[in-house]
Ligand binder design. Structure first.
Ligand code: ADP
Ligand code: MG
Length: 271
């Protein structure tokens, strides 16, 4: 029996620019990702990784081709419909965290619940859920801090809590460890592994081979096409030993001393 795909694309194309200069950011991408997979997306700068993630994450639409998310043909939807699907089904983690700067960690995590159209939750329940999500990333004691009072690793954990708070079917990361030092990046990977162990589907862009190796499957893009799509073989069990060796509370505490990292700008086109 084949498992149900969470992501299925057919001949996905994204063309930027009009007139003479056109960029084929995606040039016919067919990809199928099943429920519960942990997938790394690699490839040189400009190969289309962010473009693919933005389409998979319902932040953008393809120029051509079809995309089915959890069986639904989302490539056919308009922007407002996409926003609803995104809010309900997808948690997105960016390289530059993308937190609201003057807003507490708690409020940042509550945002997806505030924007939710149907099932309007009372505020107390939103707070409860957001606090639970912060607790899950080890940051309950920082709930009332604003991003500038948090280290880069802590800000990214707030962003992960925000990505989790709606209980999405799919968690996407566009270089979620890209702005972090190796040790803090490893702590973020521990969190992502925990999510995967609990059955989530994760797809993340990374430049680092050692991070890609911790996932189950690596997709390599080049010039908007899939150049390689490999299962990472025996690495599938790696999360177990990784969890055990790296999950020390001191690591979190030490990351406070990293110095304060202000969250970057809106876009995530840095690479
Ligand atoms: P990666 O994330 O792999 O570095 P991107 O998906 O950001 O690559 O970009 C793929 C290609 O599309 C690049 O040539 C980039 O310059 C181009 N591109 C990306 N976004 C835009 C945009 N909004 N307008 C025009 N060109 C873009
Ligand atoms: Mg990119």
């Amino acid at each position: 029996m084949t498992p149900d795909p969470i992501i299925q694309t057919h001949n996905l194309r994204k063309i930027y620019g009009m007139g003479d200069i056109q960029v084929n950011a995606l040039d016919g991408v067919d990809v199928r990702i099943n429920q519960g997979e942990f997938v790394a997306v690699m490839g040189p700068s400009g190969s289309g990784k962010s473009t693919l993630m933005n389409i998979i994450g319902c932040l953008d639409r393809p120029t051509e081709g079809r995309y089915f998310l959890d069986g639904e043909a989302v490539s056919e939807l308009d922007k407002a419909q996409l926003a609803l699907i995104r809010n309900r089904q997808i948690g997105f983690i960016f390289q530059s965290y993308n937190l609201l700067a003057r807003t507490s960690a708690l409020r940042n995590v509550m945002l997806p619940l505030i924007y939710q159209r149907n099932g309007n939750l009372p505020n107390s329940e939103r707070e409860e859920k957001a606090l639970a999500a912060l607790e899950a990333v080890g940051l309950a004691d920082r709930a009332h801090h604003v991003p500038t009072e948090l280290s880069g690793g802590q800000q990214q954990r707030v962003a992960i809590a925000r990505a989790l708070v709606n209980d999405p079917v799919l968690i996407l990361g566009d270089e979620p460890t890209g702005n972090l030092d190796t040790k803090t990046g490893a702590e973020i990977m521990v969190l992502l592994h925990e999510l995967h162990d609990r059955g989530r589907t994760l797809v993340m862009v990374t430049h680092e081979a050692y991070i890609a190796e911790q996932t189950q499957r690596t997709i390599v893009l080049r010039d908007g096409k899939i150049e390689m799509d490999n299962h990472n073989g025996s690495r599938q069990g790696a999360s177990v030993s990784f969890d055990a060796s790296d999950r020390v509370d001191d690591g979190y505490r030490e990351s406070n001393a990293d110095g304060v990292t202000e969250s970057g700008g809106a876009g995530d086109r840095s690479s």
